[in-house]
Structure formats: C-alpha cells, structure tokens
Design a protein around this ligand. Structure first.
Ligand SMILES: *[C@@H]1O[C@H](CO)[C@@H](O)[C@H](O)[C@H]1NC(C)=O
Ligand SMILES: *[C@@H]1O[C@H](CO)[C@@H](O)[C@H](O)[C@H]1NC(C)=O
Ligand SMILES: *[C@@H]1O[C@H](CO)[C@@H](O)[C@H](O)[C@H]1NC(C)=O
Length: 360
C-alpha cells in the first residue's frame, strides 16, 4: 500500500444516498441527539501531497489519494464511491470548494452540506454533461422539498479546477461559480421557510456511480446513463476547501424537534476543531490529531523507529527552546517527559488495536 493512499474500513458495497439521504445517525426531529461538535472558526484546507487530510475529517467510504495538487476521489471498480465528511458542523456559513469534476456517464461528483435532520445544500456534477453544474437543496429530508437546477457554463468543468462557493445565512442561500452568482434561494421561497436548510451542517465530498445498472431507472437517467466501468477510472479532484462558520461556539444543540434555526442552542467555548487547528498548549495527542493521515499511517507502520524519530523531534524542539530561556526550557523539558509517557501510552493503544506489530 502506498503511504499516500489511505484505506479505511471496508470497500463500498452500497451506494451512499447523497441525493436526499434518508438515513442519519440520530434524527433530531424525532429523537434527543448528542450535541453537534461546532466548527466555530474559519480555515482553509489545501489538499496537496504535503498537507493531507487531517483529523478534522473522516473518510466515510472507500479510499482517497492525491494527484494534481489535490485530493483524488476515484471510481476504479464497480460501486467505488469514496467520500469524506467533516467531523465539525457549521451553523450558517460560507464554503468555498475548488473542484475539478469527474467526467463519465453515470458518474456524479458532489460537494454537499448536510445536517442531522437532513437539510442539505448541494453542488452536483453529472459526468456526462461537462459544461454544467447542478445546484440543489433539501429541507428536513423531504424529497419533495428539493428543487434542483442545472446551470450551463462555457468551460469544461472536468478539465480544470473551478471555484464553487456556497453562501448560507438565515435569510438566503447563494451558489457562486468563479465569482458569478448562479442562484439565490430566499428563506421564504422554500415553502415559507419550512424547507429552508437551517440546521448545523457537516461538509461532505464524494463521487458515486449513480449510473450503476443496479440503480433505479430514473436515477440512471438523471446521472446521464449507465456507467461504463471499463472506461474508467473516473476521478474528481478537490484542491482546496475554505470554510467559515458564521456562528462561534463549542457545540450546537437541538433544543426541540422543530428543526428550526431558532431551536438551535449555541454552546459557548472553543470547538475541538478550533483546538486542533489553533490551540497553543498542545498535548501530544493534540499534535497527533493535527498530523495528516498519511503521516499517521507512517507511524502505525513504522512502529518503534518512527516513534523514536517523533521523540527525537520533540527533543530537538526543546533544545531550540533552550535558547529562548532557561525557565521556559524547564517547562518544555517537563512537558517532553510527559509527552514521552503519552507517546508510550499511545503506542500501547495502537498495539492493542493492532496498528503496530512486533516489539517496540
Ligand atoms: C419520526 O417518527 C415518526 C413516527 O415513528 C415517523 O413516521 C417519521 O417518519 C419519523 N420522521 C423522521 C424524519 O424520521
Ligand atoms: C471564490 O468565489 C467567491 C465567491 O465569488 C469569492 O468570494 C472568492 O474570493 C473566490 N475565491 C478565490 C480564491 O478566488
Ligand atoms: C479559547 O482559547 C483561548 C486560548 O486558549 C482562550 O484565550 C479563550 O478564552 C478561549 N475561548 C473560549 C470562548 O473559551
């Protein structure tokens, strides 16, 4: 396995229903759910080879790789459908995606915001139509609430990166393409606001073979026909995601089952993602959380050797600190000892999880 290739879990056996998903971990319209971890800040992820997916994201299906200065989502075999999802939620915000869509009949590239009660704000690219992009939304998972629109453009969207920006506040939704406003949806235009997307959302990126022969006829037609796997791989590239949360807090909580934005409580504090990205007084586990996935794979695979290098790097850091001052050095030194212990705990944990083989 290449170091840069990240394989997580089992390969796809089912197609995730990006389009009007009807499944959710916990449905806040019916249940009392755990709080949504907030983003509460802004950040730009550049998915280049030296800055891979960090721990603020989950790979929810399949595997991703890196090419063309971006993250690669590829359909290589039947029913491949790599997807990633942010661990954090934004509660109104602005998300800028720099994407090169995948070509191919039956191939759908997608960049989606989705909440636990299944509000959704979509960008979708039908591989068969290289000169258009679709905008769509859903309210409360109601299939009938959706209103997909096709936007024709003059450039071939499968040949280069373009800037697709979603602006989402409580009054209106906007879809922007390379600085051009393609569409506006006002709150009241979504059935008087009932189906206006208005609950905290994660960011989801992925590709799926909606034109697989197993799919319903209508979906295959929408996807531009049946996919020809022998003509693949079909690949979407994502170079950059810039996200801004218009709310700031630690968590977002549904206080009732209405699914209205007024019912969402913002719990104050710094979010976990904020701590990961900007927190200063890092423990080793926070540093670990910030490490790109591929580096982690390296640590898992390299076991003792790589761990030793990590510790050496910390020692180097401490020596550098020495110049800053004796007192600070002592603090750092103590911290290093703590981190050493933490590293050993982590390693023990990996061993029990089977990441690290052999002795250390
Ligand atoms: C909520 O529960 C009711 C009754 O069990 C069910 O009919 C409905 O589909 C559920 N709604 C959602 C959004 O899950
Ligand atoms: C992407 O488009 C948005 C909306 O027009 C714009 O605000 C932003 O500056 C653009 N980003 C880049 C990198 O050009
Ligand atoms: C967030 O963390 C910073 C630095 O640790 C701290 O100064 C600030 O008070 C925290 N903010 C909240 C809302 O807890």
């Amino acid at each position: 396995m290449s170091l840069l290739s990240i394989l997580v879990g089992l390969l796809a056996t089912a197609i995730p229903r990006v389009h009007a998903q009807t499944w959710t971990d916990c449905q806040p319209l019916n249940e009392t759910c755990p709080p949504n971890p907030a983003f509460g800040t802004n950040y730009t992820w550049n998915f280049s080879s030296d800055s891979l997916l960090d721990d603020n994201w989950n790979i929810t299906n399949g595997a991703v790789d890196y090419a063309k200065d971006g993250m690669m989502f590829s359909i290589q075999r039947k029913l491949d459908s790599p997807t990633i999802r942010s661990k954090f939620y934004i509660f109104f915000g602005r998300v800028e995606y720099h994407i090169q869509a995948a070509p191919g009949a039956g191939v759908i590239s997608s960049a989606v915001l989705q909440s636990d009660d299944l509000d959704e704000i979509d960008w979708e690219w039908i591989g068969a139509d290289e000169y258009s992009v679709q905008s769509n939304y859903f309210g409360k998972g109601e299939f009938d609430s959706s209103d997909g629109k096709i936007h024709n453009v003059t450039e071939n969207l499968t040949k280069d990166y373009h800037n697709y920006t979603t602006w989402w506040d409580k009054d209106k939704l906007e879809w922007w393409y390379d600085g051009q406003l393609l569409r506006t949806l006002k709150y009241e235009d979504a059935d008087g606001g009932k189906y206006y997307p208005q609950t905290p959302m994660t960011i989801r990126l992925g590709i799926w073979p909606a034109g697989d022969p197993s799919q319903p006829k209508g979906r295959i037609e929408w996807a531009g026909g049946e996919i020809d796997y022998t003509d693949g791989p079909y690949t979407m590239y994502v170079k950059q995601v810039k996200a801004e949360d218009f709310s700031s807090g630690k968590e977002y909580v549904y206080t009732d089952h209405s699914g209205s934005w007024e019912s969402i409580e913002i719990v104050p504090g710094n979010s976990t993602t904020w701590e990961n990205l900007y927190g200063e007084d890092d423990s080793l586990s926070q540093k670990w959380a910030r490490l790109p996935q591929a580096a982690k794979v390296g640590v898992y695979a390299g076991g003792a050797t790589v761990a030793a290098i990590c510790i050496a790097a910390l020692v180097f850091f401490c020596i550098r600190q020495r110049r800053i001052g004796r007192r600070e050095f002592n603090i750092q030194n103590n911290k290093m000892m703590e981190e050493r212990t933490e590293m050993m705990n982590l390693q023990a944990e990996w061993r029990t999880k089977g990441y690290v083989g052999g002795r250390t």
